[in-house]
Design a protein around this ligand. Structure first.
Ligand SMILES: *[C@@H]1O[C@H](CO)[C@@H](O)[C@H](O)[C@H]1NC(C)=O
Ligand SMILES: *[C@@H]1O[C@H](CO)[C@@H](O)[C@H](O)[C@H]1NC(C)=O
Ligand SMILES: *[C@@H]1O[C@H](CO)[C@@H](O)[C@H](O)[C@H]1NC(C)=O
Ligand SMILES: *[C@@H]1O[C@H](CO)[C@@H](O)[C@H](O)[C@H]1NC(C)=O
Ligand SMILES: *[C@@H]1O[C@H](CO)[C@@H](O)[C@H](O)[C@H]1NC(C)=O
Ligand SMILES: *[C@@H]1O[C@H](CO)[C@@H](O)[C@H](O)[C@H]1NC(C)=O
Ligand SMILES: *[C@@H]1O[C@H](CO)[C@@H](O)[C@H](O)[C@H]1NC(C)=O
Ligand SMILES: *[C@@H]1O[C@H](CO)[C@@H](O)[C@H](O)[C@H]1NC(C)=O
Ligand SMILES: *[C@@H]1O[C@H](CO)[C@@H](O)[C@H](O)[C@H]1NC(C)=O
Ligand SMILES: *[C@@H]1O[C@H](CO)[C@@H](O)[C@H](O)[C@H]1NC(C)=O
Ligand SMILES: *[C@@H]1O[C@H](CO)[C@@H](O)[C@H](O)[C@H]1NC(C)=O
Ligand SMILES: *[C@@H]1O[C@H](CO)[C@@H](O)[C@H](O)[C@H]1NC(C)=O
Length: 532
């Protein structure tokens, strides 16, 4: 990184805008009150995480060694959105985990490189695994039980964990339970076939009901207050996709919620695969069309479930999601461009009635928001996607009724959103996703920017809107990122917000008498205009 290039001032933005102004079209009208096409109010917290089961002890630490860095990063998000992210502890390895009461360590994972070098395919957990639920204050969790393993040893193991985990989550730490990760892949998974080809939605539902009832019986003995109708709640079915080898719609029709214990309809979503041919930062991630196409599959499923009244009063969430499945691709999922993707993806989800998203994390995963411990593969630290999480939390802050609407823009490398708090326009976000690769650019070239013009309700009192920017040297930057001048990097103060005095803050955008406001946004950056 050239030191001077982190410095970005309003003056340079304005200069860039004069030479590179891309559009002088009519302003985009932004209603002062919630328009009909806004998403349902987001759930609080909206920004949430999913942590790969085997790596939860890395992320959270244990009683003697709590992971304070992770806790700080969660607190930073809480300071913006009002509460700590919910943490789902699950993923592929939740369905491999077996309990070993004699194990002295939290986990004993064995990697099978022909299956994956990213996570252990054989996993035992010991009693101290559950200590990791005690290290983050004011945090609620979703614990993922194993559904895939279903011989009698696995059933004994599953039931043996019930008293441990319910005691670990007593006293307000439980959000929900989960039973099984991506059961719609059990018949086809490249990580191992778990069920015969003739396994049906009804078979899945029967097993799910059977095991969730067995868990409840065990919980009634160990933690009776958590086994009541009011307290005993799940997210389900946690399918990988909307049309794999089991159909979500059929699953609900076949009686998944027979016991009325499903609080949230959880599905998983990835934009593409890490090693899929043709995947690029600009074409796959920094591409609003690609994001819309991906999210619309969920939206379509949601519409069918609503039309057929299969999930009445059960909000739709993404219980596990991120950019590229198979843990992300280096140079794509860990670059600043992926943070911009995360903003577009999450705000688009919010605008379409997907009411919470759990961004998936794992030690050494390329798409992780942070690396919780030092390993020989990855440096401990705050990674670019985290700054996207921060931006989304800032956009969605402010009370119980926060709704988002998408403001369509002409190009697929840009997106804009408005956020409404208690019915009133509160913020406008613009994400410019034109790839700006700073190492490819001539050293002294001016960074292009685009000008966006909005028409907000005219106000006699408000002559300007405050501006907050998410900036980095370019879409390929992996460090040197700032949100409104703040860095959350580990190497500064362990993830605490640190105001960098070399980045301009306090910028204002003036609003004319007609309510028109123009904002310059450098390529590969994002901005929030605060209306209040
Ligand atoms: C800004 O300050 C941070 C923290 O002191 C430093 O890491 C970074 O290199 C500085 N950037 C510039 C452009 O001076
Ligand atoms: C359980 O843990 C003990 C103590 O580490 C070990 O000796 C034993 O082999 C483990 N059992 C399994 C099935 O891994
Ligand atoms: C707690 O974590 C530390 C650091 O990872 C580890 O050395 C220790 O063995 C852990 N304690 C238990 C009981 O697992
Ligand atoms: C860890 O698991 C492996 C594979 O099952 C086993 O061979 C080994 O003995 C286990 N180690 C401990 C300490 O339990
Ligand atoms: C395990 O799965 C098979 C195949 O679906 C099913 O027939 C059997 O009942 C399951 N066993 C248990 C204990 O859940
Ligand atoms: C499903 O397949 C399994 C294993 O291939 C077989 O044992 C079982 O009988 C089949 N069940 C039905 C209902 O056809
Ligand atoms: C239901 O669970 C019992 C144990 O609780 C098991 O023996 C039986 O096979 C299970 N049946 C199904 C259909 O999963
Ligand atoms: C954006 O994604 C869409 C849908 O996948 C694709 O048709 C289009 O070519 C992509 N745009 C770019 C610039 O790659
Ligand atoms: C969603 O459903 C509409 C209407 O049925 C269909 O035209 C569209 O292709 C679907 N989109 C996706 C991404 O599945
Ligand atoms: C990297 O760390 C892993 C896990 O601690 C260890 O198994 C492996 O041998 C190490 N590899 C190298 C090259 O040091
Ligand atoms: C950015 O440019 C550098 C230098 O040409 C190149 O190595 C890198 O792959 C580019 N990054 C992306 C994400 O395209
Ligand atoms: C780029 O700018 C620096 C600092 O202003 C100057 O020293 C250098 O000569 C410039 N390089 C080119 C190629 O113009």
């Amino acid at each position: 990184m050239r030191p001077s290039s982190l410095l970005f001032t309003a003056a340079t933005a304005a200069a860039a805008a004069i030479s590179h102004r891309v559009r002088d079209s009519a302003p985009i009208a932004v209603s002062g009150s919630v328009p009909d096409n806004a998403g349902d109010p987001v759930l609080h917290p909206f920004v949430s995480f999913s942590i790969e089961f085997a790596f939860f002890p890395d992320y959270a630490g244990n009683k003697s060694h709590p992971n304070l860095f992770s806790n700080q990063l969660l607190d930073n998000i809480a300071a913006l959105q009002g509460s700590k992210p919910y943490i789902r502890v699950g993923g592929n390895t939740q369905d491999y985990a077996l309990y070993n009461a004699s194990l002295k360590t939290a986990t004993n994972g064995t990697y099978i490189p022909s299956i994956s070098t990213d996570y252990p395919r054989i996993l035992y957990i010991g009693p101290s695994f559950f200590e990791s639920y005690s290290t983050w204050p004011d945090t609620k969790f979703i614990h993922g039980f194993n559904l895939a393993k279903n011989d009698s040893i696995a059933l004994d193991s599953l039931l043996a964990t019930v008293p441990l985990v319910c005691k670990a989550l007593q006293g307000g730490k439980l959000a929900y339970w989960e039973l099984g990760n991506e059961p719609d892949l059990y018949k086809t998974s490249a990580q191992g076939i778990m069920r015969p080809a003739n396994w049906t939605e009804q078979d899945y539902v029967n097993e799910w009901l059977n095991k969730s009832r067995a868990i409840r019986n065990a919980m009634a003995k160990a933690c009776p207050e958590m086994a009541t109708d009011a307290a005993y709640k799940y997210i389900a079915p946690s399918f990988a996709g909307v049309s794999n080898s089991l159909q979500p719609v059929t699953t609900w029709k076949d009686g998944l919620d027979t016991d009325h214990d499903i609080a949230l309809n959880s599905e998983h979503n990835y934009i593409g695969g890490a090693t899929q041919p043709g995947v690029t930062l600009q074409g796959t991630l920094m591409n609003h069309t690609s994001t819309v196409n991906s999210v619309n599959k969920q939206v379509n499923l949601s519409r069918v479930l609503t039309e057929e009244n299969l999930t009445p009063g059960i909000p739709y969430i993404l219980g596990e999601t991120n950019s590229l499945y198979n843990e992300g691709a280096p140079g794509l999922s860990n670059a600043f461009g992926a943070a911009l993707w995360g903003i577009d993806f999450n705000l688009y989800c919010a605008s379409q009635g997907i009411r919470r998203t759990h961004m998936h994390q794992g030690t050494d995963y390329r798409y992780a928001s942070w690396q919780p411990v030092q390993t020989n593969k990855t440096t401990i630290g705050t990674k670019p996607p985290y700054y996207g999480n921060i931006f989304v939390a800032a956009m969605l802050q402010g009370g119980s009724d926060v709704r988002v609407v998408n403001l369509p823009l002409p190009k697929e490398e840009e997106a804009a959103y408005a956020a409404y708090v208690d019915g009133k326009l509160a913020r406008i976000a613009v994400v410019n996703m034109v790839e700006f690769n700073y190492t490819e650019t001539k050293p002294n070239a001016t960074r292009p920017s685009a000008t966006y013009t909005f028409q907000v309700p005219p106000s006699s009192s408000q002559k300007s809107l405050s501006v907050q920017r998410l900036l980095a040297n370019g879409s390929n930057a992996i460090t040197g990122i700032t949100w409104d001048g703040w860095s959350y990097n580990y190497e500064l103060q362990g993830g605490k917000p640190v105001r960098l005095h070399n980045v301009t803050v306090g910028e204002k955008a003036s609003v004319n008498e007609q309510g028109v406001v123009a904002i310059d946004v450098p390529y590969s950056s994002a901005v929030i205009l605060n209306v209040e």
